[in-house]
Each structure stands twice: as C-alpha cells, then as structure tokens.
Design a protein around this ligand. Structure first.
Ligand code: ZN
Length: 143
C-alpha cells in the first residue's frame, strides 16, 4: 500500500443472500429483507424467515429513517481507517423498531448524540458496497 492511499474500512463479504443489502444504496434507498408470507422483516439477511420458516423473502424498500437506541465513543484507534474519537451506534428503524442496525453516525461533535435522536440513512460508497451510515435529521424535518 502506498503512503498516500486512502485508508480503507473493512468491508463485508457479499454473497447471494446479503448482496441486495450492501448494494441497496446505489440508488440511495435502504432495503430490508421481508417475508412474503408473514410480512416480518428479517435482518441480518438469511435464506428463511425465523418467524414462519417460509423461504420467500424479498428486499423491501424502507424509509431510511431511524432512532438512536444506543452508542459508544471510541477513543482508541483500533483500525487505521477509524480516526478517534469515533462513534459506533445502534439505530432502530422507524419502519419496524425491532429492526436494528449497528452503524456510524455522521456528525462532527460526539456530544450531539443522544438517546432518541432522529436520524436518516446516508450511504458511504466503498468499492461495490454502499455502507448505510446515519446522520441527524435537521430540526423541522423530523416526523
Ligand atoms: Zn415469515
């Protein structure tokens, strides 16, 4: 690696089950797997529904809006691509609060993070993957 090469995040390994999720951001839309039989959202992606065991699961477009339900701030540089301090957050999707994603929040001041913060997806394109990160929804646009 050259010294001036951009630092790269570790990226997920794509397979036939999860490819739709990691490439969904190509058109700016977040999609989650949903069971055609019982309408349950299923995440992480898997071949069968954990509720009814049906195998007819399809990617379904969701709003991309979510609520922060937990976070931590890292002050140690565990990976060269993550300059401390940086956050790791868990967000619950508005479409179904049982759907939770571990992500990074896009904001400049970690002190701005709070439980219940309204956020929306913003994708970070890395090679053939669109990482779903989240940013606070500006006041007046929430809801
Ligand atoms: Zn089902």
């Amino acid at each position: 690696m050259q010294d001036d090469a951009p630092l790269r995040r570790p990226l997920p390994a794509l397979d036939d089950t999860n490819r739709f999720f990691w490439t969904s951001g190509a058109d700016g839309r977040l999609r989650m797997l949903r069971c055609s039989a019982c309408q349950t959202y299923v995440h992480p992606p898997r071949p069968t529904c954990p509720t009814c065991h049906h195998a007819d699961l399809e990617p379904h477009e969701v709003s991309g809006r979510a609520t922060v339900v937990g976070w931590t701030i890292n002050h140690h540089q565990w990976h060269p691509a993550f300059e401390p301090p940086y956050n790791i957050a868990v967000v619950a999707l508005d479409d179904d609060p049982s759907l939770r994603l571990t992500t990074n929040l896009i904001l400049t001041d970690p002190d701005d993070i709070e439980l219940g913060l309204a956020v929306e997806v913003q994708f970070l394109e890395c090679d053939d993957v669109w990482l779903p990160l989240f940013r606070p929804i500006p006041h007046g646009e929430a809801g």
